[in-house]
Design a binder for this molecule. Structure first.
Ligand SMILES: NC(=O)c1ccc[n+]([C@@H]2O[C@H](COP(=O)([O-])OP(=O)(O)OC[C@H]3O[C@@H](n4cnc5c(N)ncnc54)[C@H](O)[C@@H]3O)[C@@H](O)[C@H]2O)c1
Length: 419
């Protein structure tokens, strides 16, 4: 297929190239894989359709897929997360790309449709919208796909539900669930970039503020830990008793959202669940409360309820809308309830995406080799891959660790050894 694209402004490509070069210099693991597989070209003859945030780090992944022989077609997986300069740079380099910041929902699905027009053999998702399109609207295309990968928690949930229903027709590797992804990207990546998004959108001081984090899973743990480190009083809301208990023992205060709504200065939803903040919560929030979401979809904050309560609304800063209530209280919604770290900041730092995207790349290589013999359904990555990638990452950081001695290995397997 001839290269094709629709981006905001191709003239932004020079700036995009600089950003990509910066990311490349901070993603040594993925760059090492690029070098290794450029000669072998394991993806030769494959058409990879991707639907994942168009950031500088994603551009490094795309470059690596192409270096390994793949033809690539891409769209963004969120209407507000595309970095237009990076999209322009990818288009100028010859990648088929359909993505721009601020697209409508219809345009979002139009872009996915264009991405898969070239009949992909492999799909790469973040949230499962592309794979859903292949399984519903464009079922004719499913026959040529030998496998896919999924980047995020919400996407993996959707795919597992689909597989349980017997509806998933090809194998998909759950990249999210790799230890070197979930325990790093979601925790440290989301933790830092979510606060980055809040600060860029508001410039508020976090020290001394009551920061409420809904969900103490991977992302919530990262956000709460970082906010606490900056001097905030952290409050957690949860539905899972063990998660709430862990949060309490980490030094956060756990309580219901009904209670937290009255106390919070900043609210971050990180659950992957809808309606976490609803009308009664907005009704009891303090004047000046800041509300944002870092979960995959924009359904965690019930925005129609906020709009219903408001008598007026205005954009007061980039990515910051002020809603004034009847009683004069003001509530500030960031990035229209979309992922605040990608819409108001640049997404996760390159260093952490290095491992996530190394997993994505190796997932694609595995599918190219074994996809045809893998069963339809959701597959985990090999835990050995986690250790290999972590070892590679440590080496790039100049960190050496110990290895078990022969005697220790024997001891580890010796059930007769006791007191
Ligand atoms: N912003 C980003 O860049 C980014 C990065 C990774 C993941 N995500 C997304 O963030 C979301 C969370 O991912 P995760 O990996 O932390 O998932 P997780 O499963 O580790 O954690 C989610 C937590 O939310 C809790 N929860 C569910 N419903 C709740 C409710 N109503 N109130 C309070 N807590 C509730 C669960 O009990 C769980 O502990 C997902 O949508 C995921 O796709 C976003």
């Amino acid at each position: 297929m001839a290269q094709n694209f629709k981006v905001k402004d191709i003239n932004l490509a020079d700036q995009g190239d600089l950003k990509i070069a910066w990311a490349e210099s901070r993603m040594p693991v993925l760059m090492a894989l690029r070098k290794k597989f450029a000669a072998e070209k394991p993806l030769k003859g494959h058409r990879v359709a991707g639907c994942l945030h168009v950031t500088k780090e994603t551009a490094v992944l795309v470059g690596t897929l192409e270096a390994a022989g793949a033809e690539v077609s891409w769209s963004g997986c969120n209407p507000l997360s595309t970095q237009d300069d990076v999209a322009a740079a990818l288009a100028r380099k010859g990648t088929s790309i359909y993505a721009w910041h601020g697209m409508s929902n219809e345009e979002f699905y139009w872009c996915i449709d264009r991405t898969i027009d070239f009949k992909p053999t492999l799909t790469l998702d973040d949230g499962a919208d592309l794979i859903m399109t292949v399984h519903t609207k464009r079922q004719d295309l499913a026959k040529t796909v030998i496998g896919g990968t999924e980047e995020t928690t919400t996407g993996v949930h959707r795919l597992r539900a689909m597989a349980n229903d017997g509806k998933l027709v090809y194998p998909v590797i759950a990249i999210n669930d790799a230890e070197t992804k979930w325990d790093f990207d979601n925790v440290y990546g989301t933790g830092q970039s979510t606060l980055d998004g809040i600060i860029r959108a508001t410039s508020v001081l976090l020290a001394g503020k009551n920061v409420v984090v809904a969900g103490f899973g991977h992302c919530g743990k990262g956000c709460a830990g970082r906010a606490k480190g900056m001097g905030a009083n952290t409050i957690i809301t949860e539905v899972l008793p063990t998660a709430a208990l862990k949060a309490t023992l980490e030094g956060h205060k756990a309580m219901t959202m009904d209670e937290a709504a009255k106390q919070g200065d900043v609210f971050i939803t990180a659950t992957g669940m809808k309606d976490v903040l609803v009308e009664r919560h907005f009704a009891s929030m303090k004047d000046g409360a800041i509300v944002c979401n870092t979960g995959h979809y924009d359904c965690e904050i019930n925005i129609p309820a906020l709009e219903k309560l408001a008598v007026s609304k205005r954009t007061i800063r980039d990515n910051c809308e002020e809603f004034t209530m009847k009683d004069g209280r003001r509530i500030y919604l960031l990035a229209r309830g979309r992922l605040v770290n990608l819409a108001a900041a640049e997404g996760h730092p390159s260093e952490v995406m290095d491992m996530s995207f190394a997993n994505q790349f190796l997932g694609m290589v595995r599918l190219a080799k074994e996809g045809k013999t893998m069963k339809a359904g959701v597959h985990d990555i090999d835990p050995a891959q986690d250790q290999e990638l972590a070892a590679l990452k440590l080496a790039t950081m100049g960190i050496k660790i110990d290895a078990l001695t022969k005697e220790q290995t024997t001891y580890a397997n010796d059930y007769t050894a006791g007191t």
